[in-house]
Design a protein around this ligand. Structure first.
Ligand SMILES: C[S@@+](CC[C@H](N)C(=O)[O-])C[C@H]1O[C@@H](n2cnc3c(N)ncnc32)[C@H](O)[C@@H]1O
Length: 311
């Protein structure tokens, strides 16, 4: 894979507004991404707390110009991965249910779409919000019943609950039971069929792992690129029962240093706070303003995050 340099991009823009590719027109941006044109940009399958969609316009121009394999060890909804559709990737998350869902999307997208159609049709056809909420609780119970039996067949339920539940949270109680409340939406549009099929296609080029971030980076080689989007410093970690501790942040910084020595491109996002700036002293740290949604009333406030690179 090769990215166009700035002069090539300028020249291309002056000649072309659009470029004909298999299956339609590619934008100049897709062309300059240097990606396989037959795979258009896709959207995350789940809405994930801490998802990076709003930061994409800032993150993408900061990617290394050229790299081999793409690694995303804290995958969540994988917003950056989706926007790049890399040809070779390793994706990982500690959340086993999420990773099982991705494996099912890779292997059996049609079956998931069939089940999703049925669930969504049932929900949207109900008249009152009470009926919709009751169905949500029934499906949540069914999801918990299936995961307690270690059933792998939960992808459609997880996607639906994620879209019909509160704010893209994945939260479990001390017994490991999913307990996110309903978002009380009148209509749910949980999926886009073409998008699920395109996602399935790029997952076929990816190694999908479930474990700790350090293991996920073991096979990274010189010239590869790793994007780290861990739970943020000093924030309540809604993702895992154990949380992401101070020691985990130090372990992550040590890995960032080790990968730098191995000549692997690294990019990392986190809160803009003194502790993080101290941990990553010596690397390139860029501070950016971001809008954050305050969970209960949906209002925005502005915060600051950092994007750290070793290049
Ligand atoms: C901020 S989210 C990633 C969001 C993602 N970049 C996106 O665009 O949706 C952080 C993710 O890290 C995962 N995680 C937490 N601790 C982890 C660990 N020790 N190793 C790997 N993944 C971990 C969580 O399950 C969660 O999905």
């Amino acid at each position: 894979m090769r990215f166009l340099d700035e002069d090539e991009k300028r020249e291309l823009r002056s000649h072309l507004k659009e470029y004909l590719v298999e299956g339609g027109l590619a934008t100049v941006e897709q062309i300059s991404r240097g990606q396989n044109f037959s795979c258009p940009e896709i959207a995350p399958i789940v809405k994930w707390a801490g998802g990076k969609r709003q930061l994409l316009p800032t993150l993408k121009p900061m990617l290394p110009g050229c790299f081999n394999k793409y690694f995303e060890p804290f995958f969540g909804g994988g917003a950056l991965f989706c926007s790049m559709a890399p040809n070779k990737a390793v994706i990982n998350d500690l959340n086993g249910q999420l990773i099982t869902m991705y494996k099912q999307i890779r292997d059996n997208p049609s079956a998931i779409l069939g089940e999703l159609h049925q669930i969504q049709f049932r929900y949207n056809a109900l008249e009152t919000m009470d009926e919709k909420d009751n169905l949500y609780y029934e499906l949540r119970e069914e999801y918990n019943r299936r995961i307690s039996k270690r059933s792998e067949d939960v992808a459609a339920l997880l996607i639906f609950l994620n879209k019909a539940g509160f704010n893209g949270l994945y939260r479990v109680n001390s017994m490991g039971r999913y307990n996110v409340p309903p978002a009380h939406r009148k209509q749910i549009n949980a999926f886009d069929e073409k998008n699920v099929m395109a996602f399935s296609k790029i997952l076929k080029n990816s190694e999908i792992m479930c474990g700790d971030f350090e293991d996920a980076c073991k096979d990274a080689k010189e010239g590869d690129f790793v994007f780290f989007d861990s739970p943020y410093y000093n924030t309540f970690d809604t993702y895992q029962a154990k949380g992401f501790s101070e020691e985990d942040h130090v372990r992550l910084r040590d890995l960032f240093r080790a990968l730098t020595k191995r000549k692997i491109w690294c990019m990392l996002t986190n809160n803009d706070c003194e502790q993080i700036k101290e941990l990553y002293k010596g690397f390139n740290i860029r501070s950016i303003p971001v809008k954050r949604v305050i969970s209960c009333n949906g209002k925005n406030r502005t915060g600051k995050e950092v994007i750290i690179t070793n290049y």
